[in-house]
Design a binder for this molecule. Structure first.
Ligand SMILES: C[S@@+](CC[C@H](N)C(=O)[O-])C[C@H]1O[C@@H](n2cnc3c(N)ncnc32)[C@H](O)[C@@H]1O
Length: 226
């Protein structure tokens, strides 16, 4: 099994139990609250903060072309897209099972500004400079080829466009680092090598302008402009 296959298999299972995944990511279930608190050291305020900080670079009146990669089940972003009725949103993930949940959610919410494409972030099926904004939530710690992912998200972004999002960074919160090493990595939900706040800042500064990197515990949050 290749690294890609292992990751796909892990997220296939998660996609089939989307309620479980969504409960954790939104802290809306008991197990979600426990994971947030025990693994990530987050209380309600901090959990709301990382989501808000990661989404805040998307302008309230955004009306251009937005790429979200990876969309997963779309639990964090479909409510945002409901408010961006003049934007054209493309969502990509390589797990059909995770993305099917996002598609259903968009249908239920009657979003007609959102479309879905199955694919690999390391070989995005879009022309150069296709998007005004690329949003990536909790993806880069999972992607097997991080260099390719950074290269491709840069390639498809228009000059002047915004690249923003969040993902796990190492070295900020020791308890999370231990869980990642002992649980998330062996299960192929997370794939090393992991960025630190310093390495992410340096990597983005080498490619982008207006780089901003912050963290809420082990959740690294970034925004920059091409
Ligand atoms: C932790 S989930 C994050 C989903 C969503 N953005 C969120 O925050 O809830 C990680 C996602 O990355 C996807 N993924 C992993 N490797 C990928 C790749 N090479 N290309 C596209 N998606 C990938 C997985 O299928 C999974 O849906």
């Amino acid at each position: 099994m290749t690294r890609h296959d292992e990751i796909r298999a892990s997220y296939r299972k998660l996609g089939n139990s989307a309620d479980f995944y969504d409960g954790i990511i939104t802290r809306s279930t008991l197990i979600g609250k426990l994971v947030d608190s025990i693994v990530w050291g987050l209380n309600r305020e901090l959990a709301a903060k990382w989501v808000n900080d990661a989404l805040s670079p998307v302008p309230e009146d955004f009306a251009g072309k937005l790429l979200e990669v990876p969309v997963g089940t779309g639990v964090l972003t479909m409510p945002l897209y409901r408010t961006l009725s003049n934007a054209s949103v493309t969502c990509l993930d390589y797990s059909a099972d995770m993305m099917e949940n996002a598609r259903k959610r968009a249908e239920e919410m009657k979003l007609n500004n959102v479309s879905f494409v199955q694919g690999d972030v390391g070989a995005l099926p879009f022309a150069n400079e296709s998007f005004d904004l690329v949003l990536s939530l909790n993806g880069f710690h999972a992607f097997p080829d991080k260099d390719a992912a950074f290269r491709e998200t840069f390639r498809v972004l228009k000059s002047g466009g915004i690249f923003c999002g969040c993902f796990y960074i190492a070295g900020e919160f020791r308890r999370t680092d231990r869980f990642v090493r002992r649980v998330y990595e062996p299960k192929s939900f997370f794939t090393p090598p992991f960025e630190t706040k310093e390495s992410l800042t340096a990597r983005l500064r080498a490619m982008y302008a207006d780089v901003n990197v912050s963290s809420v515990r082990a959740e690294g949050i970034f925004s920059c402009r091409k």
